[in-house]
Design a protein around this ligand. Structure first.
Ligand SMILES: Cc1cc2nc3c(=O)[nH]c(=O)nc-3n(C[C@H](O)[C@H](O)[C@H](O)COP(=O)(O)O)c2cc1C
Length: 277
């Protein structure tokens, strides 16, 4: 994969902990998504233990094996996805606060199967925030930098994306500078507008103005018009999560509506060109 991924079609499935496992993502690939996102998975010891506590209070989460001799077989069993086209991409969303021995073992193996590792700087679960993970990485950029530094030492050239929560960022240009310094391949922006069921498109525009890193626009994308709004704002793709939880087939509907429209538009353009001749 090149340093700057292309999302074809520009419709992507966003991570859903406890739901988007290999079988789920395979379905979404079959429905034609430009990229699927496995996970999120907690891959360092501290995030793993924290996730165990979140499961105990009833939250639906994935819990990985922490027996290192089983990592390889788990990957073989769960990450062998079949793409429908050469363009499709598979991303692996990870929660970690430092690159310890366990996360190194996981990253070394997972990167044999997926196209991109997506770092989760988005989670807002209390337990994860308490250990300075999730979106607290955005509030403490020095911690994000240290984390990216240690991941880059382990994976010097493997494509890394990042998932972020847009509305809590104070210093946008400081953040994009860090992400450029660590050659991040895409920024997946949850442009949530707190209290409303629509995205804050200004946040997407802000990132597009600040950086050449491809932006994936996320939050409340429900219709083909929402996808076009994200793309017009300069995002290279739009992503969807919650509607797919009950109805993975929704991806097929979006993809065929989008590709149908693109076909319609190019037919109209051809007709218009022919009429002018
Ligand atoms: C149950 C659930 C689990 C989620 N798990 C993750 C996760 O593990 N990693 C992540 O980056 N985002 C996670 N998200 C956030 C979604 O990927 C997405 O950003 C958010 O739901 C907004 O997009 P939507 O309006 O299309 O649902 C989760 C969302 C839900 C509802």
């Amino acid at each position: 994969m090149s340093a700057n991924p292309r999302f074809i079609p520009p419709i992507v499935q966003s991570a859903i902990a406890g739901i988007s496992d290999g079988a789920f993502c395979q379905k979404i690939l079959n429905y034609g998504a430009g990229m699927v996102t496995l996970g999120g998975f907690s891959i360092d010891r501290e995030s793993h233990l924290t996730t165990t506590r979140m499961i105990e209070r009833g939250r639906d989460e994935f819990l990985l094996q922490f027996k290192v001799d089983q990592v390889k077989s788990w990957c073989l069993e769960n990450l062998n996805l079949e793409k429908q086209t050469n363009h499709q991409l598979v991303s692996f969303n990870v929660r970690l606060i430092n690159a310890d021995y366990f996360s190194e073992v996981w990253l070394n193996e997972v990167t044999k199967f997926v196209d991109i590792v997506e770092i989760n700087a988005h989670c807002r679960q209390e337990e994860i925030l308490k250990i300075n993970g999730g979106h607290n990485l955005l509030l403490k950029p020095e911690k994000l930098e240290t984390l990216l530094d240690s991941i880059r030492k382990l994976l010097p050239s493997f494509p890394l994306g990042i998932k972020i929560r847009g509305h809590i960022i104070g210093d946008y240009s400081g953040l994009t500078k860090i992400l450029e310094d660590y050659s991040i391949s895409y920024i997946h922006v949850d442009a949530m507008l707190p209290g409303q069921k629509r995205a804050n498109i200004k946040i997407i525009r802000k990132f597009v103005e600040l950086t050449d890193i491809p932006i994936i626009g996320n939050n409340s994308v429900r219709t083909i018009n929402d996808i076009h709004t994200m793309l017009k704002a300069g995002a290279k793709a739009a992503s969807v999560a919650r509607p797919l939880m009950q109805n993975p087939e929704f991806m097929q509907y979006l993809v065929s509506d989008y590709t149908g429209r693109i076909a319609d538009e190019s037919n109209n353009n051809t007709i218009q060109r022919n009429n002018k001749r």
